[in-house]
Design a protein around this ligand. Sequence first.
Ligand SMILES: [Zn+2]
Length: 396
Amino acid sequence: MDTHTIKQSNDLLALAERAGAKFHKAGKGFSSHCPIHGGDNPNAFSVYVGDDGYQHFKCFTRSECNRHGSNVIAFVMALENCDFKKACELLGSDASSMGISPRHTEPPAPLTYEPPADIWQARAMQLIDRAQAALWDTRGSKALAWLHARGLHDETIRAARLGYIPQSFSEKPETWGTPNDNPEPLYIHKGILIPGIMAGKVWYLKIRIHNPSDPKDKYKGVRGNKTASLYFADFITANRAAVFCEGEFDALLLSQEVKDLTSVITLGSATNKLNLATWGIYLLRPSSFLIAYDTDEAGKHGGDDLSWLHDSRRLQVPTLRAGDNDLTDFHKSGGNLYSLIESAIRPEAPIFVNWRSDVKPVTIQGQYWQNPDNRIEAFYQPDELAQCLQTMQAIA
Ligand SMILES: [Zn+2]
């Protein structure tokens, strides 16, 4: 389709029709041959439009195309085989025309992915206040020490409104507006509370629990959470790189360390999906993306899922000590996060990085490793050099 035909379409059904789909009613939705890959199976492609405005398209021909998504942007990306930014251009929208400014307090309209209801918001804010109070008195001393050990400063912890829930408890679901129409008691776990506050609303509450019998069981939500959200969306700065972290704690630490060098954002986990209809517009602001997920399988797959972002690259976080897995480990092992990110967002920069703050410059094979403008010196330990070089080549 040409740009003119695509422009100004918010309706997935109409846009797919203009792309050649011939729909017939099928169940709760509409079916057609697939306008993306072609073919002549009249049931290959379906569009579902819910009463609440939710839209979804899917091509069922797994081997041929299998494209799917939940809004017109995803459809245009599939149709034109383009990235997110290009799709928005084709649709005639860009961040500036949507009037998004840094740290705005109202969500952009119209929202197709709504924050939890007002009653849920009110209850969530009460819980956040109580948990903050508990974190900063004697009840939270161990939790606070744990956060400090991750490298987080008091200022960072307060700004993020982290808190501590000293005892698990359950609540009547009505007090939270009976989320998901579930009449069962609503359970709040004991642990460190991470509020997902964006655009002036609480989108989710996440609790870092401690489960000795299953160390992998780390996070619990609260019923009614809207987790397909973009943590730190308010702090995205235009025309600057943004770093995608895997979770909130990494994001908090990184933003603390890099200050305004880049924006820092996260989906909260490697497997979490983002609702593009609401949050996609925020992703038009950064000039490029650096995906700094954990160095494990989940991190690899989660990072691959973000390959559609415009100008995105992976950052393999260097392993400074055995078992190191993420940005927080790198920091705790003495790595310099600011230098790491600064080098990674400048692909043309020489590969001289102060990886570690606690080791002296070294001479390797007769060369003194120093960058030409003396801006950053190389502080490698010899056995780390090969690894650092490999990492930087992977980045470049
Ligand atoms: Zn198809």
